[in-house]
Structures are given as C-alpha cells and as structure tokens.
Design a protein around this ligand. Structure first.
Ligand SMILES: Nc1ncnc2c1ncn2[C@@H]1O[C@H](COP(=O)(O)OP(=O)(O)OP(=O)(O)O)[C@@H](O)[C@H]1O
Ligand SMILES: [Mg+2]
Length: 321
C-alpha cells in the first residue's frame, strides 16, 4: 500500500502471553501492522491464531505483554482516563454473533442510541434523528425501531450492530468475524453494505476473518496470522497473486475467490492438520512440505523478509526463492 496514505492505527512488536499456572500461551508474538485511512486490513488465519487478541489490544480492552499500539497518533497505555474515553469513540467493534452482542431486552432504538447516551451526545430529539439516519444507512426501516433482537433475522441484527458501531462517527471499525455467522447470501449483502459505508464515511476497517475468500472480497491489505505471528503481509495482490509463505499458499489452495456467494469456510480443513512442534524456529514447519526437511526451519530464528515496500514474510524458504 502506498506509503503516502495516512496511518490511523499501528501495532509495533506486540506480544501477548497468557499465563495460567505452569502453562503459558503466546497468543501474539512480535506482531506489527498498520491501518491506513479509509482502507481495509484483513487479519486472516485459523482458529486460535491470535486475531481476536490483536483486536482486543487495539481496542484497548487488553494490554500487550510487550510492544506498543498507537491510535490516531496516541499511544495506548500512556493516556489518562478521559483521553482514553475520548479515543474509544474513534474505534468501535462489531462481533461475530448477531444475537449475543445485542442486549436482548432492549429495543433496536435503545441499542443504537446506547453509545450516544454513554457519551452524552445531543438531546433526545437529535439522538432519535441520528438513530433513524443510522437505521436507514444500514438498510433497515423505522418499523424496526421498536423490535427486540429476537424479532430480527441474523442479518438484521448484524445491521443493528453496525449502526450502533457507527453511532459516534468513529474513524476505525474492528469487524471480528462480523459476517461469519451469516448465511452465504446474507453475508454478501452485509459485505456490500460495509463496503458502501466505508466509501461514504471514509471508514478504516480491521476486518478479521478465518476465510480468505471473504478477505479477497473486502481487503486492500492482508496480514496472515499463524500461531500468534504474522507470517505474511502485503496488499491483496501481493498475498493472493504472489504468495510466499507456504501457510498462505495452503490456505489459498482451498478457497474459491472473488465471489462471496461462493465462499465456503475452510476452517474445518485447516483445523484437521497436525499441530506444529513447539521449539521449532518456524511453527509451521511440521505442516510444511518444504520446511520439514530443512534444518534452518527447525533451528534458525526467523526474521521478516521484505520483498517489496508492501510485501513481507516470515519464512526461510519462501515460494519465490
Ligand atoms: N484470556 C485468555 N486466557 C488464556 N488464553 C487465551 C485468552 N484469550 C485467548 N487465549 C488463547 O490465545 C490464543 C489466541 O486466541 P484468539 O482468540 O486471539 O484466536 P482467534 O484467532 O481469534 O481464534 P478464532 O478464529 O477461534 O476466534 C488461543 O490459543 C487462545 O486459547
Ligand atoms: Mg477470534
């Protein structure tokens, strides 16, 4: 991605270790990425690769064990309570489950105006106007205002969650598997809605998905995660047309591209592969036809290779070598 685009958020060398008794999980290991204004970075990878942990840290809901995060020029962890509260307005989240992320006892109107009330924005009348404007922006109608989540479809619930996320006019929206629970045709509609909203409002998305087909449809840039590391990062073209990491290549081999109607989950397939061995320099080694027989993949620490200004990877024997 062109370096003249403004960076609105960045993670630099972020690690997160969860400790419980004698065991520890390295959920993130030296993760760095940028979000460029008005663009979409897709964070892709199988279950447990650290995607949600990265999102939670960006949202200020969790603290890194090492490294730093900047949002709109401000470094998380150094801010006073009120500064952090104001920054929170600028970065909102939509999660996977259409129903559980909405309070089932509240009406659509109350759900969407929740952030406006929390931040004391406007008066009763202007809030109602804003709610109706948001409702229309996400393709719902006035008649939905009084309904409760159980009276809506999954797709409609997700539209309500998107409207709520936009209530405070944020700059950045984190979409954590936001379309994964939806039927294929509804998924395509919501993806198109997200794209339209991005264009109209200049939104920046961190779009988390285990599904490379969806990433291909929405992303300007892609970061591929495996066991807490970003193993390949680049523009959509870099990652799809010139993949270097064997994990990326393996994921791509199973995905129909470009048409979200045709996108199917590849989650089951990647989960059935053997576990990587701890202690190997490359955690993908035991799954990798190339790395399995290379001593350096077992013992030589990996450093990021920068192929171009936009494309980098973490592999001793990339595809193009
Ligand atoms: N609070 C926690 N305590 C202990 N371990 C955790 C915690 N949160 C996450 N982990 C572990 O960190 C790793 C990364 O989890 P994370 O939820 O970030 O993965 P993910 O890529 O979002 O997976 P999924 O696609 O299933 O949502 C996993 O091994 C998970 O079990
Ligand atoms: Mg997750």
């Amino acid at each position: 991605m062109s370096s003249d685009l403004k960076v609105v958020a960045s993670a630099s060398g972020v690690s997160r270790i969860f400790r419980g008794g004698a065991s520890e999980v390295r959920a993130l290991d030296d993760v760095s990425f940028f979000l460029h204004e008005g663009k979409t970075l897709a964070l892709v990878g199988e279950s447990g690769s650290g995607k949600t942990t990265a999102a939670r840290i960006l949202l200020g809901l969790d603290t890194p064990s090492a490294g730093s995060v900047e949002i709109l020029g401000q470094t998380l962890g150094t801010l006073k309570h009120e500064q952090m509260r104001l920054l929170r307005r600028q970065i909102q989240v939509v999660q996977q489950d259409p129903f559980s992320q909405l309070n089932r006892r509240h009406s659509v109107q109350r759900i969407i105006q929740g952030p406006l009330l929390a931040f004391n924005v406007g008066d009763k009348e202007s809030r109602k106007k804003k709610v109706i404007e948001l409702l229309e922006a996400v393709g719902l109608e006035k008649e939905h205002l009084r309904r409760r989540p159980h009276e809506l479809s999954g797709g409609q619930c997700q539209r309500v969650a998107i409207a709520r996320a936009l209530a405070l006019d944020p700059k950045i929206v984190v979409l954590d598997e936001a379309v994964s629970a939806l039927d294929v045709s509804v998924r395509a509609q919501v993806l198109n809605l997200l794209r339209k909203l991005q264009q109209e409002r200049g939104l920046t998305y961190l779009f988390i998905t285990h599904d490379l087909g969806v990433a291909h449809y929405v992303a300007d840039e892609i970061a591929v995660m495996f066991r807490g590391r970003i193993v390949e990062r680049g523009t959509r073209e870099d990652v799809f047309k010139n993949s270097q990491h064997h994990y990326t290549i393996g994921l791509l081999a199973s995905v129909p591209l470009a048409n979200p109607q045709a996108v199917k989950s590849n989650k089951e397939q990647v989960q059935s592969l053997p576990s990587p061995a701890d202690g190997d320099a490359c955690l993908y080694r035991t799954r990798c036809a190339v790395g399995l027989n290379r001593p350096d993949c077992k013992s030589t620490a990996l450093t990021l290779t920068k192929g171009t200004s936009t494309h980098s990877w973490l592999c001793h024997s990339p595809q193009g070598s």
